[in-house]
Design a protein around this ligand. Sequence first.
Ligand SMILES: C[S@@+](CC[C@H](N)C(=O)[O-])C[C@H]1O[C@@H](n2cnc3c(N)ncnc32)[C@H](O)[C@@H]1O
Length: 188
Amino acid sequence: MIDSFYNKAKREGYRARSVYKLFELNKKYNLIKKSDKVLDIGAAPGSWLQACSNLANFVLGVDIQEIKTLKANNVKTLKLDINDKDILDKIEGKFDVVISDVAPKTSGIRDIDQDKSLQLSKRAFFIAKNRLIENGNFLCKIFQSAEVDKFINELRKYFKFIKTSKPVASRKHSKEIYIICKYFTTNK
Ligand SMILES: C[S@@+](CC[C@H](N)C(=O)[O-])C[C@H]1O[C@@H](n2cnc3c(N)ncnc32)[C@H](O)[C@@H]1O
């Protein structure tokens, strides 16, 4: 569906309209600082990478699909399936912020799509838990379902601040929400 955010993204040279969701959430919740090293999970086609190349110091984008090379020299990309059992060996180092817009290919069957989204978001959290610095931030997209509250309760064990949000650029009929998690700690 072509809408105003789609047109705006085209006009402003962004690869996807989802960039405006990140801009809104980052403005509201101060997730990313200029000095930060960011990990972007489910990064293709790359609009969040384009944004992070200006918002942060460095960004690594991973996706199961190839990500077309970006011009910025503080952006690196890897073609990876986050379900790969050796994923942590392939994503090295620590990050100040992990952002995940990962989403399954939707089938149109609500329960199946919700479950796939939950599994991918849990996987993104597993990576975040192992790759975030103390006090780091995590942003996670998920399709709403009865299971999401349980997932949020699990996140609460590791972050001092949790909120959910549906940004303006998120399509009305879309069941996606974003979970904003700040101040990661392993000592809660
Ligand atoms: C909504 S798109 C992300 C859009 C991106 N934030 C942007 O601004 O360009 C969701 C992405 O999740 C990726 N994805 C789905 N399953 C994945 C998996 N198992 N491992 C890695 N990436 C995956 C898809 O390939 C897709 O590119």
